[in-house]
Design a protein around this ligand. Sequence first.
Ligand code: HEM
Ligand SMILES: *[C@@H]1O[C@H](CO)[C@@H](O)[C@H](O)[C@H]1NC(C)=O
Ligand SMILES: *[C@@H]1O[C@H](CO)[C@@H](O)[C@H](O)[C@H]1NC(C)=O
Ligand SMILES: *[C@@H]1O[C@H](CO)[C@@H](O)[C@H](O)[C@H]1NC(C)=O
Ligand SMILES: *[C@@H]1O[C@H](CO)[C@@H](O)[C@H](O)[C@H]1NC(C)=O
Ligand SMILES: *[C@@H]1O[C@H](CO)[C@@H](O)[C@H](O)[C@H]1NC(C)=O
Length: 496
Amino acid sequence: MIFIAAVVLLVILVLLLYYFITKDYSYWASKGVPYDKPFLIFGSFWNIVTGKEHLAQRIRSIYNQHKTPYFGIYVFHQPNLVIRSPELIRKVMVKDFDKFKDRNAFSNESIDPLNFHSLFGAKDTTWRNLRSKLSPVFTSGKIKLMFPLMVDCANDLSAHLEKLNGKTVEMGNVLKRYSVDIISSCAFGINANCFKTENSEILVMATRLLDFRSLSRSLSMFCAFFLPKVMYIFRLTFADQTAAKFLVDVFKGALREREEKKIVRNDLIDLLNNLKKNESFDDSYKFDDIKMAAQAITFFSAGNDSSSITLSFAFYELALHKEVQDRLRREIRATLDKEKDLTYESIHNIKYLDMVLSEVLRKYPLTALINRQPSENYTFEETGFTLEKHITVIIPITGLHFDPEHFPDPEKFDPERFSDENKRNIKSYTYLPFGEGPRSCIGQRFALLMSKLAIAYVIKDYAVEPTNQTSIPMKYNPRYPFTQSKDGVHLRIVKV
Ligand code: HEM
Ligand SMILES: *[C@@H]1O[C@H](CO)[C@@H](O)[C@H](O)[C@H]1NC(C)=O
Ligand SMILES: *[C@@H]1O[C@H](CO)[C@@H](O)[C@H](O)[C@H]1NC(C)=O
Ligand SMILES: *[C@@H]1O[C@H](CO)[C@@H](O)[C@H](O)[C@H]1NC(C)=O
Ligand SMILES: *[C@@H]1O[C@H](CO)[C@@H](O)[C@H](O)[C@H]1NC(C)=O
Ligand SMILES: *[C@@H]1O[C@H](CO)[C@@H](O)[C@H](O)[C@H]1NC(C)=O
């Protein structure tokens, strides 16, 4: 008797749960918007939950199945609107930006102050204040001042490869050291020495900060993007707190040392320090230690992964396309014949380097999607459809980058798409590796420069070749929300 009652109760509970999760599944039908049919409680994400498709692939599949200018999907229980038409993307990201300022990311000052004050997670006026303060930090003039710091790291990278001549190397591992070195040097003003010491403490902590091999960390990250409410309930934080605390301490130590010894390095610490000194009495957003550290951590997490992942894909494609690699080497060496070292100016003048990197970012955009949250009900003039305030808008980056209408034969790696002549034919708002509009990637110039520098320094002296350990075609790590290789990028390095 008790047993039957328990079973009945359990069934009722399960049905109730199912009801509450799926009760919104009539949303898109009731709005008359075409939509992707949800599956059980997973909405459009079942294939991701089972590991069958990576987010990047899932977004492409959904995009390819629906040809209307916009369509609905369900992210678990939440209705989201995917925008497919470049014209409507322009409206959301640029023209009507003031109605779409925020991302649908978790943000709560008392639970996670570091994220609340990070440019990525900040919302509304906090974001506006921060962005206007930080934009001057990333002008080309300021980045030019950081160039010598970057060159030191590129030289260390080159010296490290010298020792690995003839060997097969996991490029991700090597490039991670390069980017942690650069970010530590430019953001924290310290020499992380990742190539010289096997387990540099800062490297260990950096790895921990957003470590996706840890299940709890990847769940937190996933929730931050797709289920912000769960973050509030369990008081989860975006980044690992021990690692964040360590990095905050490093940052504060560096600040103090700078003050005491009056050292000037023109890096992010100096720039933030100047901002702080220059604050007027009635400034609406004042930097305190936590806010300053939040910026350093943001640049650390945004800078480390993004560029090292992009670079691994670059070397992967160069290894598979020897003709592209050879031409690139010729152009780099031709520039070097004219001047002894690559300068900030000359690196920008190597056209083919820019074409190669642009194509890498098309085929391997770091983020499969970008989202925006409307701040009020928004009506699309074209159709009269009113988007409600609580519905998140998704820009399907991988869908656009692999749409044969915008990029013919999209699986093909072809830098010619970005030659001066062909570039003009690329439709606006179909190529978005760094996003668009006022909320686009603030580190774009920085990222392009450090990536070009690494490619140039490696390719000028070394050939990268595929081996029997190289996984072809590339498989993505399904646990990782960004596009990252599953088995690593194993290539042979040969001095040429
Ligand atoms: C290849 C490297 C990189 C790629 C592909 C990349 C891509 C992106 C994308 C797609 C966004 C979202 C843009 C949007 O919502 O419209 C973004 C935002 C951002 N990125 Fe990057 N990024 C890279 C490197 C960096 C670096 C090196 C830094 C820092 C030094 C950085 C800092 C940021 C920040 C702070 C934001 C948030 C901006 C805001 O909300 O105002 N990124 N990035
Ligand atoms: C942030 O979280 C705290 C504690 O959970 C809560 O009391 C507060 O209302 C939240 N703030 C916002 C703006 O949601
Ligand atoms: C830095 O990159 C590595 C390799 O991709 C990753 O494991 C680590 O979590 C990243 N750290 C940060 C702070 O993003
Ligand atoms: C403060 O701002 C003024 C003008 O905006 C600038 O000339 C000056 O160099 C700044 N001072 C510092 C310490 O950055
Ligand atoms: C937004 O739209 C919904 C449904 O269309 C409506 O119930 C709500 O009152 C609107 N909100 C505002 C502020 O107009
Ligand atoms: C890969 O090639 C090397 C030598 O070229 C060989 O020793 C090794 O057994 C091969 N591994 C596999 C998995 O085929």
